[in-house]
Design a protein around this ligand. Structure first.
Ligand SMILES: Cc1cc2nc3c(=O)[nH]c(=O)nc-3n(C[C@H](O)[C@H](O)[C@H](O)COP(=O)(O)OP(=O)(O)OC[C@H]3O[C@@H](n4cnc5c(N)ncnc54)[C@H](O)[C@@H]3O)c2cc1C
Length: 295
């Protein structure tokens, strides 16, 4: 590689994910700039090795055998959060993809900006939140995005993609490339009002979800109609059941938690059991929201 970027070999991925499971990556890199990221993509293409991307690792389940090829973790892609433009109606906030979503929320609050209150308590990076179209009933990333800056993995060029050319759906963005930065369109607001909504959302999350235990958040997507996934799982009598260290949370049935020593395999077996039981009871096939990576 023209640029000297350290590559870790056979690096266990467990510490890089909120589920705290997962075997090693053949190669792992944490680029700090878009140039380093581009150089890594060029290297992988030249060596003909597959690339897997992780941000904060809070929505992924990595297999026990780990991930072959190169894993690129984008959480070090940071260059500060800043106001790019401001008018009485709208303030544009720009940040690199590796910034924590919570830091962007904090920035919005400190500058009396509304639009990101829904994201209070959602862990991970800005890039991951955009890739997942992270959100709650109160809103999601598609509602506040102005544009994203991407690296096109085929041409290795940087491009800006505007909102109108981005295809968001429930917990998904059709990715035109790897996100290196984004501009959000927020609204000037009363600081106390923004803070009150953030606190309400945080308290609700803390009282209804096991946020301090290892997990990847809600495991299954809510079906388009009818009962949400958590209710379907609870009504199927699955709350609290476990396979080794993998357990259906007693607080929120759509959370599979790692009580300490779960392997990916335990979580996958529990996932299958939940899907089969819910299907037998309701004829509904639950789809995973968590992204499963590795062999
Ligand atoms: C306790 C807890 C609570 C949660 N609550 C919520 C919630 O309320 N709502 C919600 O929507 N989610 C929630 N989540 C899930 C998760 O936090 C979000 O999906 C988060 O936005 C993922 O960000 P990340 O950086 O961790 O992404 P990762 O988990 O690292 O990656 C997720 C996906 O995004 C891709 N990706 C990551 N970075 C980039 C990039 N720069 N460019 C292109 N693709 C990229 C990855 O390849 C992967 O496919 C929760 C998780 C936990 C553990």
């Amino acid at each position: 590689m023209a640029q000297k970027i350290s590559l870790l070999r056979d690096e266990p991925l467990k510490p890089y994910t909120s589920f705290k499971v997962g075997g090693p990556a053949d190669l792992l890199a944490l680029p700090k700039t878009a140039e380093e990221l581009t150089a890594l993509l060029g290297y992988a293409a030249q060596q003909n090795i597959p690339v897997t991307l992780l941000g904060g690792g809070t929505n992924v389940l990595v297999s026990d055998k780990g991930i072959r090829g190169l894993v690129i973790i984008t959480r070090e892609l940071k260059s500060g959060i800043r106001i790019e433009a401001s008018s009485p109606k709208e303030t544009l906030v720009a940040a690199a993809a590796g910034e924590r979503l919570s830091s962007v929320c904090r920035f919005a609050l400190d500058h009396s900006l509304s639009g990101l209150e829904f994201a209070a308590g959602i862990p991970g990076t800005l890039g991951g939140a955009l890739a997942m179209n992270a959100g709650t009933k109160a809103g999601d990333m598609s509602g506040i995005i102005r544009d994203i800056k991407i690296v096109d993995p085929r041409t290795l060029t940087l491009e800006i993609v505007e909102r109108k050319n981005l295809e968001f759906s429930y917990r998904c963005l059709e990715l035109p490339g790897i996100i290196v930065a984004a501009t959000l369109a927020l609204k000037p607001a009363d600081r106390l009002e923004v803070e009150r909504t953030v606190q309400e959302n945080l308290s609700f999350k803390k009282s209804t979800q096991p946020i301090s235990v290892a997990s990847a958040g809600c495991f299954f997507k809510n079906p388009a109609q009818g009962m949400p996934a958590g209710e379907l799982i609870e009504k199927s009598g699955l709350k609290g059941i476990s396979i080794n260290g993998a357990r259906v949370s007693d607080l929120h049935a759509n959370y599979i938690i790692n009580t300490g020593n779960a392997a990916c395999d335990d979580i996958l077996r529990l996932k299958q059991h939940i899907q089969d039981t819910v299907f037998n009871a309701f004829k509904i096939k639950l789809e995973t929201e968590v992204r499963i990576e590795g062999e």
